[in-house]
Design a protein around this ligand. Structure first.
Ligand code: ZN
Length: 146
């Protein structure tokens, strides 16, 4: 964790210690599980959609600080957004963490910009997003980053 900037590190640690939207929805519209064997991160996402919009999201997970904080920050970022907006956001996020795009328009998600310097962490930071995407697309098989 020392590799990331101080301010970013503080936000990431805050979300790691107090994850937002943690838990499981009683009657989700869709759900998915994700696994990052490289680091040992696991996540389960439950989602409630209304029309094309993501109305509510909860997730449970066990993993490193980056994967946990990413799931927490993602859950805040995607609430109320449409599937198309979430796809666009994930694309921007993925471009940023892989060093192929700027953090412009990503708001708080910018805290993961430092991840681009540590390729092994990219999977930690994007696991929750891949899992959410799988849930929204109705994918039944668990997601693996490998
Ligand atoms: Zn990890």
């Amino acid at each position: 964790m020392h590799e990331l900037g101080d301010l970013y590190q503080e936000i990431i640690l805050d979300h790691y210690k107090k994850p937002r939207n943690a838990g499981r929805l009683e009657q989700p519209t869709c759900s998915a599980n994700g696994d990052n064997p490289l680091c040992g991160d696991k996540i389960a996402v439950t989602v409630k959609t209304k029309g094309d919009a993501l109305e509510d999201i909860r997730w449970t997970g066990a993993g490193c600080a980056i994967s946990t904080a990413s799931a927490s920050l993602m859950s805040e970022a995607v609430k109320g957004k449409t599937k198309a907006e979430i796809d666009a956001l994930f694309e921007k996020f993925h471009a940023m963490v892989t060093g192929h795009g700027s953090s412009e328009g990503l708001d708080k998600l910018e805290v993961f910009s430092g991840v681009s310097e540590f390729p092994v962490r990219v999977k930690c930071a994007s696991l929750a997003w891949h899992t959410l995407k799988a849930a929204l697309e109705g994918q039944k098989d668990p997601v693996s980053t490998e």
